[in-house]
Write a protein that binds this ligand. Sequence first.
Ligand code: HEM
Length: 289
Amino acid sequence: MKRHLQNHNHSKNETLSPFKDHIKLRREGRAASKRMREIGRQCIMGQMEALKRGEKLDNNILSHILQSAVPAGDSNVIDLELMIDHCVTFFLAGQETTACLMASTLLELGRHPEIVYKMKTEVDAVLGDDGYVSFEDLSKLKYTTAVLKETLRFHSPVPIVLRKTPKEVVWNGIKLPANTSIIICIVNLARQKEYFESPEEFMPSRFLGGDNHNNMYIPFSLGPRKCIGKQFAMIEAQVAMAKLMKNFTFDLVPGQSFDCVASVTCKPKDSCRVYVKPAAPRSDIIPNV
Ligand code: HEM
């Protein structure tokens, strides 16, 4: 994980423009990074104190990292800075990306009532009256999962990943010298018409027949540095989306854009503004269905 952060710092020095316009950006970036680390430090120290007092920690990622690193709650045995790296990386990599996925999904649902109808039918059938989402339910939420996958294709929260060739590589007849920086554009790959029927359409049904897209669909990247939170993110989004569908109806606030802006993650340009009401019966979602 530390390597991950160091890699990012390294590429930041190489790629950020030295021009005046970017001084403010760099200053803000440094301040934000310092603040994130401070918050991480406070969270960790708070949990360490609780461990020392013999308290049982909440069931979350941080408490698992801490308990596996310091079972006895002895703060002397941990590398605090490394622990902060873990904490901040998980927070940044996990929170913003999943939030983008949820926001973009709600936006798409807002303009596709027929998809909302299918999702709600599935969610009502799988969850039943109590609305509890069990682990077994997740594999039954096939259409809901297809909607999330289609959002990841159409509005990939991570638009690009960066790699460097460790040695000379010949790819498709093109010679790439060692140390060449490569940008892999996840969003463009996912819109290639050779691999995706009507790629410019939001069409969750394309994911009902399996993921046979020849590695063109890589919202979580590929290889040894692919997303380690992939399963966690999908479970989180499935549970949240099923619960939202079960309990609420959403209407888009009119006049918002469906464009996205890319700044590290790719997020809806006008965020995602919706009116929330208690869930309506399915027959109210599309008249005469
Ligand atoms: C929809 C949600 C998510 C998307 C689309 C996503 C996407 C990605 C991508 C594309 C990468 C690879 C970056 C690269 O190759 O440079 C990555 C890395 C990573 N992700 Fe996620 N991610 C998501 C959620 C999460 C969650 C929930 C967590 C943690 C709980 C997480 C933790 C990480 C970490 C730690 C890495 C770095 C792995 C490494 O460098 O070895 N991600 N993510």
